[in-house]
Write a protein that binds this ligand. Sequence first.
Ligand code: ATP
Length: 356
Amino acid sequence: MPTPQAAELTARSIRKEFGEFVALDDVSLTIGRGAFVTLLGPSGSGKTTFLMVLAGFLPPTAGEVHQDGRDITALPPEARGFGMVFQGYALFPHMTVAENIAFPLKVSRRSGAEIRRRVAEMIEMVGLSGHGHKRPAALSGGQQQRVALARALACEPAVLLLDEPFSALDKNLRGQMQDEVRRLHREIGTTFVFVTHDQSEALALSSTVAIFDHGRLQQAGGPQEVYERPANRFVAEFLGDINILPISGAEAQGGVGHGRFEGRAIRASCGAAGATAALAVRPEHMRLELGEPAGGNAIPLSVTDLTYMGAETRLHLVSGGGTPVILSVPTAAMPAAVTPGAAVWAAWAEDRGFFL
Ligand code: ATP
């Protein structure tokens, strides 16, 4: 449930130039009230620049930012009142945990009683009870990040902006902090905008994933939507392993495309672009068969390599025409006959493949 103070942010045709360089090109995105939106993309794709435009630290070269329908493009950051958490925690080293959290409340001239109440609440909310008197240097990286979160949320901001807040943490701690942020978002219900270049972090955390490449927004949608129905090849490949099969004679009819892969008829879903010359299927959406299965959408392959990964085994295969294919098979279901050199089939349901 969004809290009453949670804001809706809308970016309209944002362009940002640094000299000759175009860092953001015509980016439009609506961040719903109480949403958890991640900005995802490779290094240099414009995620941080976009966050800085939302925060008011960078003026856009063109375009507008609206908060709840009001144009805030010219409003300075302090007048927007958004909370922020960055990669380096930027805690005040000479202040205790409680003093760090109290700082923004003092700046906004809250009463002493309110500050004490709010600091105690925030310390408890981020799981740091008993640590209020400590200095940041006496805390672990994860604990310091919790203090940064508590400080950013102390003034009940309409929007919380987080820029790769966990990139300095090890994998386990990172997982814990992701759970923590998800819980905080659920409990507080304010609007979160989170920058990351980690696909699984974006898919796990957000209600909407906005994928950037070269300063352009490639697609924005729910995690399942962008993973299973990527708008283009960049999004498909950036979000995880995917098999791309070259298709000849592709045609579309009513949302279903058909064509031929190395002479075999195949059918798959197709989006607005219609049936194009490439078909994409995620490795976990392909089924391993030892013989030719009945029905369509099956191709003969030979095994080149197997990688044991615990619960799953990755099968590396190649088609007669030389197209590489990867399959992900539950290790417990792996037939013993499948060894390098074996001839097998891969099959998939019509709605699991899509034309790109
Ligand atoms: P990363 O994950 O590496 O932080 P990012 O997607 O957040 O990447 P940005 O930091 O937004 O990318 O940078 C986008 C591009 O704009 C980069 O090529 C960067 O070099 C350039 N850029 C960013 N800030 C400036 C600046 N102040 N002056 C000139 N170029 C800049």
